[in-house]
Design a protein around this ligand. Structure first.
Ligand code: HEC
Ligand code: HEC
Ligand code: HEC
Ligand code: HEC
Ligand code: HEC
Length: 351
């Protein structure tokens, strides 16, 4: 079965069979053989029911009929605005995008991916890691790039995916691009846990700063923000106060080359060391330390993110002494007051 010869819905069903969240429809399965009733080319909706929040997943397992339920605050698969937060939900992300036109347009997984051509990493069609992926359908942006992005054409701030498919997904000890192609609106990052695209590159800037620019450049109406959201760097606020789902995504951004280009290297060292001191989730420690290794001449042996608390304290003391010299020191009092307000509920990120 060649998906290129199928309708959008039937082609995407092949990928969504594995790259979407769904619960099997018990009555479609043969109880004797327990054979998955879906075959490539068939209708996935007969075999399984998609879910868009873990609350909905639980309801489906209890045999309740499907209806859209909003993600609860600590949902392990979706941010508060419904955007997937893990990999394997690429279909959900794409389907939530205006580009997808609910499956009635041209967009499908193989608009950008090929299982047989292109580089094996990410399995993209040739050139689809560039703006060509978007010019397929948004041709006019080719001539208006810098005017649209307000960054020079060569800047990473002019790569469409950096604003419209940012790294808001976590799994496998790293971050990934979201497949929900959307306008980076401030409101989708207030109270939802989902870090804002601009602030995943501009790590030294506040959400208020982003909001001001979006107002001036694109006429976006302002959202009510707290005093801290207005003035404190968004990355700092998240690492200090947000739950571990958000912390792990923000920590991952510190080793992203475009974020270094936008945010410099003169301040992250002491901050990341203090974050590591307070962090109880090994995955966040791993990515925070990956940031230190990327930004400074720090070696893998300098910190064991799985080490005993005593070992880690000794290692971090040494790192802090080295990095305090290289960086503008962070006012520790400001950080301590941030950590004081941290709510740190247990979270489980499911794939
Ligand atoms: C039978 C299950 C299955 C089907 C069907 C499937 N995939 Fe995957 N896909 C996977 C798994 C599992 C991985 C992760 C493999 C790994 O990292 O070892 C993956 C990985 C990928 C990757 C990432 C490769 C990388 O370098 O990280 C892409 C892109 C991808 N799949 C796209 C697709 C598309 C597009 C389709 C439909 C044409 C599709 N897949 C169909 C299971 C599936
Ligand atoms: C296969 C065609 C197709 C591709 C490829 C595509 N888009 Fe779209 N996009 C559309 C269509 C159709 C719409 C809806 C247009 C409308 O409603 O006027 C849209 C809408 C959008 C919107 C508006 C979203 C909203 O919520 O209002 C943005 C932003 C966008 N696209 C960005 C991108 C970016 C960035 C890429 C590349 C990563 C991309 N698109 C690739 C077809 C596509
Ligand atoms: C508009 C283009 C576009 C469409 C449509 C698209 N993808 Fe992707 N996808 C990308 C890009 C670009 C990347 C590579 C991201 C990167 O560079 O990190 C990617 C990466 C992936 C990955 C690897 C994630 C990772 O970081 O390991 C998977 C899996 C994947 N896509 C699956 C899908 C599936 C399944 C569909 C359809 C439901 C789909 N994609 C539709 C552009 C697209
Ligand atoms: C620096 C961030 C940034 C980059 C990079 C960027 N965009 Fe946008 N884009 C935005 C913002 C912000 C909006 C919302 C504008 C508005 O509300 O009028 C937007 C809106 C859009 C829309 C919807 C327009 C509408 O009228 O609804 C499309 C389509 C779009 N962008 C496509 C692209 C494409 C294609 C690229 C790459 C060639 C790209 N964008 C690069 C920030 C960016
Ligand atoms: C992928 C990284 C990236 C993203 C995403 C990004 N920028 Fe930038 N931005 C840069 C870089 C790098 C520069 C430095 C100058 C340049 O390259 O154009 C910059 C410069 C700027 C500047 C001018 C310098 C300054 O610090 O005042 C502003 C303002 C700005 N960006 C705002 C935004 C806004 C608002 C968004 C989201 C709509 C955004 N950027 C998204 C990378 C990014």
């Amino acid at each position: 079965m060649n998906p290129a010869r199928l309708s959008v819905e039937r082609a995407d069903a092949i990928c969504a069979h594995c790259h979407a969240s769904h619960v099997p429809n018990a009555d479609a399965w043969d109880r004797e053989t327990v054979t998955d009733p879906f075959n490539a080319g068939g209708d996935l909706r007969r075999a399984a029911t998609m879910f868009w929040s873990e609350a909905e997943q639980k309801a489906l397992y209890r045999g309740k009929s499907p209806r859209r339920m909003q993600p609860e605050p600590l949902d392990g698969r979706f941010w508060g605005d419904g955007t997937p937060l893990t990999t394997a939900l690429e279909y959900q992300g794409m389907a939530l995008s205006a580009c997808y036109e609910d499956g009635h347009g041209r967009m499908k997984c193989i608009s950008c991916h090929s299982m047989h051509q292109g580089k094996p990493n990410f399995q993209l069609r040739d050139g689809m890691e560039t703006n060509a992926a978007c010019y397929q359908c948004h041709e006019t942006y080719r001539d208006t790039l810098a005017a649209h992005t307000h960054h020079s054409a060569e800047s990473p701030g002019s790569l469409c995916t950096n604003c419209h498919m940012p790294y808001q997904v976590y799994s496998l000890l790293t971050t990934h691009r979201t497949h929900r192609i959307s306008v980076p609106r401030v409101k989708d990052s207030v109270g939802t846990g989902k870090p804002h695209a601009c602030n995943l590159c501009h790590l030294d800037k506040s959400l208020g700063w982003t909001q001001d620019k979006l107002g001036v450049w694109y006429g976006h109406a302002p959202e009510p923000l707290s005093e801290e959201e207005k003035k404190d760097p968004s990355a700092l606020l998240h690492l200090g106060q947000s739950d571990a789902r958000t912390r792990v995504v923000v920590a991952g951004a510190f080793s992203w080359p475009p974020a270094r280009e936008a945010s410099g290297t003169g301040w992250q060292g002491p901050l990341l060391v203090r974050v590591l001191e307070k962090e109880r989730y090994p995955a966040v420690r791993y990515l925070g330390f990956r940031g230190l290794r990327f930004l400074y001449d720090v070696e893998p042996a300098d910190y064991d993110y799985l080490g005993s608390p005593a070992k880690r304290t000794t290692q971090l003391d040494a790192l802090r002494r080295r990095l305090d010299e290289r960086c503008r020191p962070y006012p520790p009092a400001a950080l301590d007051s941030l950590f004081l307000k941290r709510k740190d509920p247990d979270v489980i990120i499911n794939e």
